[in-house]
Design a protein around this ligand. Sequence first.
Ligand SMILES: *Cc1c(COP(=O)(O)O)cnc(C)c1O
Length: 404
Amino acid sequence: MSILKVDEKTGIFGEGDQTFGGSFVPPELQKALDEVAEAFARYKDDPDFNAELQAYYKDYAGRPNPLYFAKRLSDQVGGAKIYLKREDLNHTGAHKINNTLGQILLAKRLGKKRIIAETGAGQHGVATATAAALMGLECLIFMGELDMKRQALNVFRMELLGAKVIPATSGNRTLKEAVDEALMYFAGHPDSFYLLGSAVGPHPYPLMVRHFQSVIGQEARAQILEKEGRLPDYVVAAVGGGSNAIGLFYPFVEDLSVKIIGVEPAGKGLDTGYHAAPLNVGEVDVLHGFRSYVMPDPEKCWSISAGLDYPGVGPEHSYYKAIGRAQYVAVNDQEALDAFLNLSKTEGIIPALESSHAVAYATKLAAQRPKDEIIIVNLSGRGDKDVAQVAEMLGRTPEQAAKA
Ligand SMILES: *Cc1c(COP(=O)(O)O)cnc(C)c1O
């Protein structure tokens, strides 16, 4: 019997007065969500659907990607063995494509002609525009007006891929407003399919995104059994909304010998309020139509990595915390930056700043553990997108850096 209590029909995790997830939305939106939930329930175990998805994973996204033993990093640390799950090697450079390919195939099954999505830094927008181009579907991406200025290159990428980027102009003009406006558009345009980018939002998105991202943990599990003949002692991943983390964690959740650690961004420090670590410092509330931990002051949401600065978190992580199945720690901006620089030099792998949070914690953990223990870290994405930002943080323009 599973250790998890989740109602697959409502997406509610847990029982009694401590539940997470669910759907708290107006009736028009609920109707649109019900159609998505029905499609997911109908196709998730359908052999034809899964054969098609597996073919795209293999020939388009480049799966399976390797589970790589980071020997130089492990030697440098002098403790447990660190393995990296190489989601950075996927097409478009991160785990997000796993989810966009899955959801877009559902949209096709439903006969939808138009895909809509929200994006913060632009990574999910690019992964969605990619999948929409692949399927020949119209694509609208909602993005905060401020984020469009900060991430102009990703706006251009989405346009190259044939998508239209729509500025969200309310409030702070960032991710939260982009989600609000995408949900509103979805409620008014049931001929569209809302392709949500993380394991958040109202039912069925948290369960659906976990399903499509679980390929990460399924592969990692088989790969470590092949390489080491046993399960890992720890699995570690960065948590923004929580999709790359739940994708790695879920296939290990019944293996109680495997300790699960999610790493949230502590930003400028948990005590400053400027972080995005609701599982470390937060309260249970409803945001964007689902119940989960939320930052006490969402206006202060901050992380060095744009992909992690969401004020809430996927409900399944709140539930894992509540039942004690996972531990959630936090790593600050400086520690993440140090890990970014160190992994680049020791392994020749430039990680995304998001993934650098997981690498930073895993390195600290490995140093305290014996050499015969095994840690799997999800390297959720590559860091090419972050190189200019890091140069600026180090006080060097990319032009100066190139000359040096
Ligand atoms: C978007 C992103 C994340 C954060 O999103 P999750 O849903 O928490 O996985 C992490 N790593 C990379 C590389 C990303 O692009």
